[in-house]
Design a protein around this ligand. Sequence first.
Ligand code: COA
Length: 276
Amino acid sequence: MSERAEADMVTVQVRDDIAWVRFNRPEKRNAMSPKLNRQMLRVLEELEFRADVGVLVLTGEGSAWSAGMDLQEYFRDTEAQGLEGVRRSQREAYAWWERLRWYQKVTIAMVNGWCFGGAYGPLYACDLAFCSEDAQFGLSEINWGILPGGGATKVAAELMPMRKAMYHALLGETLSGREAVSAGLVNEALPAQQLEARVTEVAKKLLKKNWATLKATKDAMRRVRPLTYDEAQDYLIRAQEALNWHDETDGRHRGMTQFLDDKSYKPGLGEYDKSK
Ligand code: COA
């Protein structure tokens, strides 16, 4: 077991309504150990409902975003504890990925380096993903004798076209940042020195939008995927009606007023002014 304290496994800075959350095991390429997984869940719980957090960015210290599950501490050590140890450590990992998938705030993966295997869980959980051009992505499981578990196969099948996903999983080769964009794993790849500025720019744009609407929209995008058209349409009607009730700022009426009466903005070209 590594000697580092559990509380050190993740760092957090909140600046200008953006929470910068970092995997903090650079010496192990931010591999996800049970300690890191437990601490990440604590951090996410602490940040989720804070009024000074509108967007959460998940990134990594050092040369990795995350090298996936920790082969020593997540696999070998927990297997030595038997089924109970395995199931407990799976729950600890899956719990924070699930929390992130349905997080109250918009989440952005800022992939600064290596991203392997189990790291596809949190990658998919984040709503948007930006990477460094020199980041590398891989389903490396095939290279060490397991299938891409913990959701990684599902992530590749969800995000990538079938042929690309199959090649990716069977060959275990890495994709560069740009290749990850064309494969559908991330939104954009940028030169490393521009990555944080671009993510900050996107986060600031998101912060100007109606927060209740962002949450309803991101959930809807994930929910409708397995539904039929008719089921999706019905879900979206109910979700909008729920939003009308829950949006205490009454955004849609303010948006309509500013466009139709005040003529102060055009919804096709930008958001209404939340301060009015
Ligand atoms: N689990 C456990 N330890 C890991 C790890 C992982 N997934 N990834 C990296 N580490 C450890 C290494 O064992 C090494 O530890 P040590 O210094 O005590 O020997 C340390 O992190 C640095 O790794 P190293 O391989 O020297 O770094 P690198 O920069 O040359 O290579 C990787 C980086 C990510 C390409 C390489 O570490 C690797 O292939 N990791 C495994 C990736 C993987 O298959 N993940 C999927 C798991 S589901």
